[in-house]
Write a protein that binds this ligand. Structure first.
Ligand code: GLY
Ligand code: MN
Ligand code: MN
Length: 426
């Protein structure tokens, strides 16, 4: 778990990025409707969670920067007996305080008045700048997003300037603390258990969803039902050539490869791992050849990943490597044709989101940000030859260190001989 002290430190760092004087308001979000009166399971706004550790809808964090001095308030819903009977327990003020390290806990019905005191009555001096998390997906009440909220503010307070806090918070999220790395290590450990479990049980004739079910059962058993980082991809044979293969209803066929792209999460830190293995335990010569090309690219990226390098550079090197190798083995006739078999990025940031946000305050994309120690990225080259019935991807999670990187998922085997040895032991 992240300590309340660490959450406090994060808020202090955020304060240092805010103009002075100013005020910042970040909502946790509310449930989203899936259909009729059904909701999707609640997913907390990760920027709010990063700053508070509070995983609850209908809450908000308010930070006042008054000449560099911080005042902070956490707004949560008041106790409601009926709601608790229907939907379960909510945090009490003292619980919210001990998780977040914020001592001023208020009920969310008082938020508007508090904001009005700050922006109109100048209770902390003349503050005319408000930061909001303008993530377009952030719904803060029925039929209201933060973008609607911004328009209301601009109508109500014509002299207030609204800035986007999204880039400020996501900048802080780029470099992970030791505690955050520990959370991800835990998520990867659980993912490994899940992968090894369905490898042990898979047989020709089994359905893709049966393999996925084994994975889900084992990770739930080991992470206290914290869920997966994203919808599990379990794709056999030519299905694996569909990047985000959605419905794992196919069959695990003798002689085919099974691609699994999946991850357990631990306090929202998202493992993102892909392995591709033969259903019957043995690679054919052709499968092995293509697999070794992808593995070569995967190792090259891990060799290259270090401070100062950009994701764009990793991508260029990957395309060049895959193209030369495919040309060498006659899988393509000219290098440019590699786009037929490889058509996605080799790397993205990883953290509280599987694809951790990629904008800094200047709006630059992560692809061009130079890697720094503490960043975690994926390393996921692949080759997808639908015309030959195979799709191969190998994905590791890399922690950038002072002078290179650590492959956090190194204990999940990926060498041909190690995979065949594990599968032979079933
Ligand atoms: N599973 C999504 C990705 O690898 O980026
Ligand atoms: Mn993945
Ligand atoms: Mn990935």
């Amino acid at each position: 778990m992240i300590s309340p002290n660490e959450y406090s430190e994060r808020r202090q760092m955020l304060l240092n990025l805010m103009e002075s004087p100013s005020v910042l308001l970040i909502h946790s979000g509310v449930e989203k409707v899936s259909s009729a009166d059904e909701n999707f399971p609640f997913e907390v706004n990760r920027n709010f969670y990063y700053l508070t550790g509070i995983d609850q809808s209908d809450s908000a964090l308010l930070i006042v920067n008054s000449d560099g001095e911080m005042k902070e308030f956490l707004f949560i819903s008041p106790f409601d007996e009926r709601k608790e009977k229907w939907y379960g327990k909510r945090l009490k003020p003292e619980e919210a305080s001990s998780i977040s390290g914020i001592s001023n806990i208020m009920t969310n019905s008082s938020l508007e008045a508090k904001l009005d005191m700050i922006l109109r009555e100048d209770s902390y001096g003349e503050i005319r700048r408000l930061y909001l998390d303008l993530d377009r997906e952030l719904k803060i009440a029925d039929e209201t997003t933060t973008r609607d909220f911004k328009r209301n503010i601009e109508t109500t307070y014509s002299d207030v300037v609204v800035n986007d806090a999204y880039g400020l918070v996501t900048t802080l999220r780029l470099r992970k603390s030791a505690r955050e790395v520990a959370e991800l290590r835990e998520a990867i450990k659980t993912t490994r258990l899940g992968i090894y479990s369905f490898w042990a049980k898979m047989r020709p004739g089994m359905k893709e969803y049966e393999a996925a079910d084994i994975f889900h059962h084992v990770i739930n058993d080991n992470n206290g039902y914290q869920g997966t980082s994203f919808n599990t991809i379990m794709a056999c044979g030519k299905n694996a050539a569909i990047l985000h293969y959605p419905n794992p209803q196919g069959t695990l066929n003798d002689g085919e490869l099974l691609l699994s792209d999946l991850g357990a999460r631990c306090n929202y830190y998202c493992a993102d791992i892909t392995r591709t293995v033969p259903v019957n335990g043995k690679f054919t010569d052709f499968q092995k050849n293509v697999y070794e090309i992808v593995l070569g690219a995967n190792k090259m990226v891990a060799m290259m990943a270090k401070p100062g390098v950009t994701i764009e550079e990793l991508q260029r090197a990957t395309v060049e490597y895959l193209a030369s190798e495919c040309l060498r083995y006659g899988y393509i006739e000219k290098k440019e044709d590699i786009t037929k078999y490889y058509f996605h990025g080799v790397s993205h940031l990883i953290g509280l989101d599987t694809h951790d946000p990629y904008l800094n305050p200047l709006g630059r994309e992560s692809k061009t940000i130079k890697l720094e120690p503490g960043m975690i990225i994926s390393d996921e080259p692949g080759l997808y030859m639908a015309d030959r019935g195979i799709g191969i991807r190998i994905e590791d999670d890399l922690l950038i260190t002072k002078d290179g990187c650590e492959v956090l998922s190194k204990d999940i085997v990926k060498e041909v001989k190690d995979i065949e040895a594990i599968l032979a032991n079933r």
